[in-house]
Write a protein that binds this ligand. Structure first.
Ligand SMILES: N[C@@H](CCC(=O)N[C@@H](CS)C(=O)NCC(=O)O)C(=O)O
Length: 206
């Protein structure tokens, strides 16, 4: 059975859990990372030299990098559904997955860490505000994209939507100013109606 190593409050682990639930893939999960430790131990580093979560093991194949894992699972279990078989459609979904890691996640990171994982007296408010502003500018790009299509990959839900989901959940539920992005809000509300998203992403933000 697929084994997933990683704590369930990690956005990167949530992408993998959400994908499994969408595709009905059975899995076992073990808590690794933050207070659970293990990720800096030699046994874990031999599988994932980054010392980060998630790592998955599937029939002897060891994989890390959450988006690569999502692509792998969707290609194996969701071709023609979550994983578009048309190269152009798949590249469009891939584009947003890469953008999520290289733009959205990086911009939002300081705001999230500052508000959720930093004691109030130690918060760098200027950094939190700057991160929020930059994240909002990134979400404006998604707002424009959702003006043209219902999901990032086109008319249907695909792998492209997965990495955006956990960040959008945090964005919509943290006590921060949010500009009015009706198309983004509509897409986010569609995500919240998916049982797999509710189960694995809509958790207490810790
Ligand atoms: N690019 C990697 C990033 C992985 C990553 O940064 N994971 C974080 C959790 S979201 C982590 O392992 N933090 C250390 C810890 O949990 O101890 C991926 O997408 O899998």
């Amino acid at each position: 059975m697929l084994k997933i190593l990683g704590r369930k409050n990690s956005s990167n682990v949530q992408k993998v859990l959400w994908t499994c639930a969408e595709l009905g893939i059975p899995f076992e999960r073990e808590d690794v990372g933050m207070q659970f430790g293990r990720n800096k131990e030699a046994e874990y580093l031999a599988m994932n030299p980054n010392g980060l979560v998630p790592t998955v093991i599937d029939d002897g194949l060891v994989l890390w990098e959450s988006n690569a894992i999502v692509r792998y699972l969707a290609a194996k279990h969701g071709a023609g559904k979550l994983w578009p078989t048309d190269p152009g459609e798949r590249a469009t979904a891939d584009k947003w997955m890469d953008w999520s890691n290289t733009v959205l996640d990086r911009r939002f990171g300081p705001c999230f860490i500052g508000l959720v994982r930093t004691a109030p007296e130690k918060r760098d408010q200027a950094m939190i505000h700057a991160s929020r502003d930059e994240t909002s500018a990134a979400f404006a790009m998604l707002e424009a994209a959702f003006g043209k299509s219902k999901y990032v990959g086109g008319a249907t839900f695909t792998i492209g939507d997965i990495p955006l989901g956990p960040i959008a959940y945090r964005w919509h539920n943290l006590p921060i100013k949010r500009e009015n992005y009706p198309n983004l809000r509509g897409w986010y509300e569609r995500m919240t109606q998916r049982p797999a998203f509710r189960e694995h992403v809509m958790l207490p933000i810790t």
